[in-house]
Ligand binder design. Structure first.
Ligand code: NAP
Length: 546
């Protein structure tokens, strides 16, 4: 059945670091997972080849993965309603999980995790999610539109895959790569990824926590519309969850958390890093980094991979794990879906979330013209007209990225001076990107999709309407403080966690590092703070003894 020639043929497909990660992952496999790869000769040949190589490499490396390569002419292609080449079915004997397109970049992460989940089966799904899935009485066909550069996408694809694994009778889950399936993405009005369509009817944009995703799936309504108080989000699972003892729980796998993981482990502490999305934090969303010493020009995602590969040598990074609760006491308990970590201390490195404009039309057109992630959604705006809002490093970096994708880009900034660094200002000027000064967006306009923006000049108060295909909002961030709030740490007036020079918060044995602490918010400072926090924790715990 498996078309793999020999184990050595594909052993170099993955980098050494990825191999190490995969080898660990494969150890947790239970059932054998069959992959069916459907391809048809034609314009997608390059994508077909990549899909074939990744499938062959996985089958060669893991004796619990088998592969069958099937041409479109085979009757099974029709029976399984295969519509695009390549398409990969994961464990078709048990589930309807499929990948439409080539699983590259972040999508590759989702694909591999999907195979892993199919091997583990329903065990991978939380009790609260299973409770919701058990209420399903009719079909849910899920399509998650993703892109290779979107770090939020794997989380949403995994939510969908879990639903299809937990309830194979009613749920199918397809991941659609927008890279090769542009027409399909257009038909589904995808303007931001992840974009989730259920029954080709209801659509949600963005990544949701697992239990909220399941609730939306059940009710076929957005979260805003689902009445609270139904109890679907409230069940605590700590009673029979596995308990794991560690010295330090690091929450967040951005630069701060990953650097802390390295320093914690090298000091002799047992640490774990919990991350609800993919690794990298804001870095993974940055198209290009030019100011991290040692790297004059590196992609944000690539830098995130380099950092995580290094951190993984020392510490386990648990991705797509949501911290549900924290309980502070002599030992601190950190509750996730399936495990309660008992720990001496916590390092909060949960970073920041994007800030929104809060103007009429912004919510309505999120995913249909309004975006907060140029790396994720830039592809939809090739040859189109876009405005970037903001005057900081993110706005300028994103403008340069979109310009490279051949978008017709202009920046709108509320003042007459940019906040961004000189090097970026020079690059923007060199690219001829126009900046509209002293101007704010007051409304996003359109019927079914975005048509324009209403803007106001701050100096003379004049208003005008600018036609556009898209708006990228890059006006800074708000700190992600839910966990910190539960632990009772003090915040500064801007809502960032207050820390001392040793990265201690106001609560003993709770440390914070990275963007969540405010300040200059650079990769290099986050990394420094992460290392200081881990070393401080080590000193504190040494005094405490065992
Ligand atoms: P930022 O530095 O806080 O800049 C936000 C920009 O948005 C400012 O220009 C601000 O205007 C504007 N703004 C804020 N609220 C607004 C509103 N309601 N309406 C209109 N405009 C608004 O945020 P950032 O650019 O995302 O950068 C965040 C951090 O990440 C910074 O420390 C930055 O250096 C770092 N970063 C670094 C790089 C890099 O080095 N390659 C890349 C990206 C980010 P004002 O200027 O008037 O306040």
């Amino acid at each position: 059945m498996c078309a793999v020639d020999s184990k050595t043929d594909y052993s170099n497909f993955f980098s050494d670091d990825s191999r190490k990660y995969l080898d660990e992952l494969f150890k947790g496999f239970k059932e054998t997972v069959k992959l069916e790869l459907y391809t048809e000769e034609g314009p997608h040949e390059e994508f077909n080849r990549f899909a074939m190589n990744i499938c062959r490499a996985l089958a060669a490396l893991c004796d619990k993965i088998t592969l069958e390569e099937i041409p479109f002419s085979d009757e099974r292609a029709q029976k399984n309603e295969i519509i695009v080449s390549p398409t990969i079915l994961i464990a078709p004997d048990k589930y309807d999980l499929r990948f439409l397109g080539t699983p590259s970049g972040e999508e590759g992460r989702a694909f591999i995790e999907g195979i892993h989940l199919a091997s583990i089966g329903a065990e991978s799904i939380s009790k609260s999610s299973m409770k919701i899935l058990n209420m399903l009485q009719d079909r849910r066909d899920i399509k998650v539109f993703a892109s290779p550069a979107c770090p939020y996408c794997p989380g949403q694809v995994i939510n969908a895959f879990k639903a299809a694994i937990g309830c194979p009778e009613y749920v199918s889950a397809w991941c659609v790569s927008t890279q090769e399936n542009e027409e399909m993405a257009e038909n589904y009005l995808v303007g931001s990824v992840p974009h989730t369509s259920i029954n080709d009817d209801v659509a949600f944009v963005g990544l949701e926590p697992e239990d909220k995703f399941m609730a939306q799936l059940l009710h076929l309504k957005s979260l805003d519309e689902i009445m609270e108080g139904q109890g679907v989000f409230e069940e605590s699972e700590s009673e029979d969850a596995e308990v794991v003892d560690v010295d330090l729980v690091i929450i967040g796998a951005g630069p701060a958390g990953m650097s802390a993981g390295i320093y914690a482990a090298r000091s002799g502490m047992e640490a774990v890093i919990l991350e609800k999305h993919g690794v990298g934090g804001q870095v993974a969303l940055t198209p290009k980094v030019e100011n991290y010493p040692g790297f004059s020009d590196v992609g944000g995602l690539q830098l995130a991979e380099i950092l995580s590969a290094h951190a993984r040598i020392y510490t386990e990074i648990k991705q797509f794990v949501d911290v549900k609760d924290v309980r502070y006491g002599e030992t601190i308990e950190v509750e996730t879906d399936r495990i309660v970590y008992r720990t001496k201390g916590i390092l909060i490195a949960t970073g920041v979330d994007v800030k929104t404009l809060d103007v009429p039309g912004e919510k309505k057109f999120y995913g249909r013209g309004v975006s907060y992630c140029a790396t994720c959604d830039g592809n939809f705006y090739r040859d189109k007209k876009v405005y970037i809002i903001g005057g900081g490093n993110t706005a300028l970096t994103d403008a340069l990225y979109l310009k490279k994708l051949n978008a017709d880009v202009k920046i709108i900034h509320r003042r007459d001076k940019l906040r961004a660094e000189q090097a970026l200002k020079k690059s923007v000027a060199a690219e001829g990107i126009e900046i509209i000064w002293d101007t704010v967006v007051t409304e996003i306009l359109g019927e079914d999709s975005i048509e324009g923006i209403r803007v106001r000049n701050q100096k003379d108060g004049s208003e005008s309407v600018l036609e556009t295909d898209g708006v990228f909002v890059a006006i800074g961030h708000i700190p992600n403080t839910v966990i910190a709030g539960k632990l009772g740490v003090e915040f500064d007036s801007d809502g960032f966690i207050k820390v001392d020079g040793a990265q201690k918060t106001s609560v003993p044995r709770v440390y914070a590092a990275g963007d969540i602490t405010g300040g200059v918010r650079q990769i290099v400072t986050a990394i420094g703070q992460g290392s200081v926090a881990a070393l401080t924790a080590f000193q504190d715990f040494s005094v405490m003894g065992d």
